[in-house]
Ligand binder design. Structure first.
Ligand code: NAP
Ligand code: MG
Length: 499
């Protein structure tokens, strides 16, 4: 017999039985940035032109993986918002409304195709400005962006079939405000259905991730979309508030935190503006003992760690049946040790940079809160880059339902773990937060999926998978996770008045 039949790894890591470091070392494989252009500063995109902000003020955005300044954006104030709304109104009442629906669709198809052509450029910029791994922006974000434009392009001349027996009419000028976690995708969720239904828009991207929105403005110009149909104004929260409170806007579509969503709801109370709100979440993943455990562990990793937990519907709570809890947690820990955390532009990276210094501080604050509440903490042993904002993927065990880390949205790579004995207990725990955006169930039994799924109070319930998106599927929340739906046929209703 040969003496070299030994195949087990020697344990060296304090947290794990396996020496993963020696198995999972990859050479760096950074995506090139030679093909992208980042200007020194970006102006506002109003009425088809790039214009300077009325007060001449600019703010900078950083690359969160390095902490270094990337570029500057113009700060839109009330005067600029007014200009953008006027241009959107003129386009709505003029050229845009006179176009045949089929022609509106053609513009959307053209945008979709141009996004595909420039996909690599958009993906690199999204990762540079927001910190998400290139694998995510290249394989998930940008393809979904194009898919949304294709999907809604198809509806533009078929709206009467979407609403049988009714006459759909556009609402008018839509004010749209989006967050930083899926910058270009949230833009697509907002702009594509609005335009397909014949509306015009004034959109504000998030302060820390406006770069791809401004690149999109350049694409809109190249696509020859009529002036004023799409206006993109950059700025901070105050700029968003100016949009919300502008008298000549007919509808507000907001995606962001529940805190700001409530402020917006209060501002709109008593006005005749329509609104839709996509807010926070605290998704639970329920794992039954009969689930395919390895598949479930991979699903959990994807649900909470791959995008640094910067996903509104992230599976940030694991609720696992007691009989398999130890096994699942051990497998999870082993898998976590193999995650590559670091440069977002490296093709091997699983977990990129936390989006901003603010968010970095928020996540760390929650880790401290969790520990003070009595949680046990487990983190990957991986080395973190010296610069930028990085947090190790983290498990919090020994938590209870009333703990803040179980109730509140952390929006980082942090997973809390609870156990259950009966299905009813799992459902009660999953439903016991103020949110209701998405949940997941992992089991071998189809009947269990339907039974549990129907009792989970959330807009989405995934079964034996998580975080899967498709432009044809509606998305939205129960409870404090929002009002209205985006995506699919239901997403059209948010942009039409029905007669
Ligand atoms: P946020 O602080 O609520 O900001 C969202 C957007 O609103 C940003 O553009 C922000 O500008 C702007 N804003 C801030 N204050 C405002 C105000 N008073 N009036 C009008 N606009 C205002 O949320 P975030 O931290 O960027 O994003 C993370 C949140 O979004 C999470 O809670 C996440 O769950 C949620 N989210 C939900 C969905 C969904 O579909 N349900 C999808 C993605 C994200 P600044 O960038 O300048 O602050
Ligand atoms: Mg940035």
């Amino acid at each position: 017999m040969s003496e070299t039949t030994e195949t087990t790894y020697k344990p060296t890591s304090p947290n794990s039985k396996l020496d993963f470091a020696s198995v999972w070392e990859y050479d760096p494989a950074p995506e090139s940035t030679d093909h992208v252009e980042v200007k020194e500063k970006y102006e506002l995109f109003i009425d088809g032109k790039f214009v300077k902000p009325s007060k001449g003020r600019y703010f900078s955005t950083t690359n969160p993986a390095t902490g270094k300044k990337l570029t500057e954006f113009a700060e839109a104030t009330q005067k600029d918002i007014d200009k953008a709304v006027k241009s959107a109104r003129k386009a709505f009442e003029g050229e845009w409304s006179e176009l045949a629906p089929k022609t509106r669709g053609k513009y959307l198809f053209r945008i979709a195709r141009m996004l595909q052509e420039r996909a690599r450029e958009f993906a690199v910029l999204e990762s540079m400005d927001g910190g998400k791994p290139i694998r995510e922006s290249r394989d998930v974000d940008i393809p979904l962006v194009a898919a949304h434009f294709f999907y809604y392009a198809g509806w533009a001349d078929k709206l009467e079939y979407a609403f049988p027996g009714k006459t759909p009419e556009p609402i008018g000028v839509c004010g749209q405000i989006i967050p930083w976690n899926f910058p270009l995708l949230m833009l697509a969720w907002k702009i594509a259905p609005a335009l397909a239904c014949g509306n015009t828009v004034v959109l504000k991207p998030a302060e820390t991730t406006s770069l791809t929105a401004m690149k999109f403005a350049e694409l809109v110009k190249d696509a020859g979309v009529p002036d004023g149909v799409i206006n993109i104004v950059t700025g901070a929260g105050q700029t968003g508030a100016e949009i919300v409170n502008h008298k000549d806007i007919d509808k507000i579509a907001f995606t962001g935190s529940t805190r700001v969503g409530k402020i917006i709801q209060q501002s709109l109370a008593g006005t005749d503006k329509r609104y839709s709100l996509e807010l926070g979440g605290k998704g639970a993943m329920i794992i039954f003992e009969d689930a395919p455990i390895d598949q479930a562990v991979e699903g959990i990793i994807n649900a909470i760690f791959f995008n640094q937990g910067h996903v509104c519907c992230a599976g940030s709570r694991l609720i696992v049946q007691e009989s398999v809890a130890d096994k699942v947690v051990q497998k999870l820990k082993d898998r976590m040790q193999t995650l590559v955390v670091g440069d977002p532009l490296d093709k091997n990276t699983d977990v990129g940079a936390i989006n901003s210094e603010n968010q970095f501080n928020t996540v760390n604050k929650y880790l401290e809160i969790g520990i003070n509440e009595g949680a046990d903490i487990y983190q990957c042993d991986c080395e973190l880059p010296a610069d930028g904002y990085f947090i190790r993927p983290t498990l919090l065990t020994n938590v209870s339902q009333s703990n803040r880390v179980v109730q509140e949205e952390i929006f980082g790579p942090v997973l809390t773990i609870q156990t259950f004995r009966t299905a009813d207990e799992a459902i009660t725990k999953a439903n016991n937060t103020p949110y209701g955006l998405a949940n997941g169930v992992w089991t071998d039994k189809g009947s269990k999926i339907f039974k549990i799924g129907s009792k989970l109070r959330s807009g989405v319930v995934w079964a034996n998978t998580y975080n899967k998106f498709d432009p044809t599927s509606p998305f939205g929340g129960y409870k404090e996770s929002g009002v209205g739906r985006e995506g699919g046929l239901q997403g059209l209703s948010a942009y039409v008045n029905l007669k």
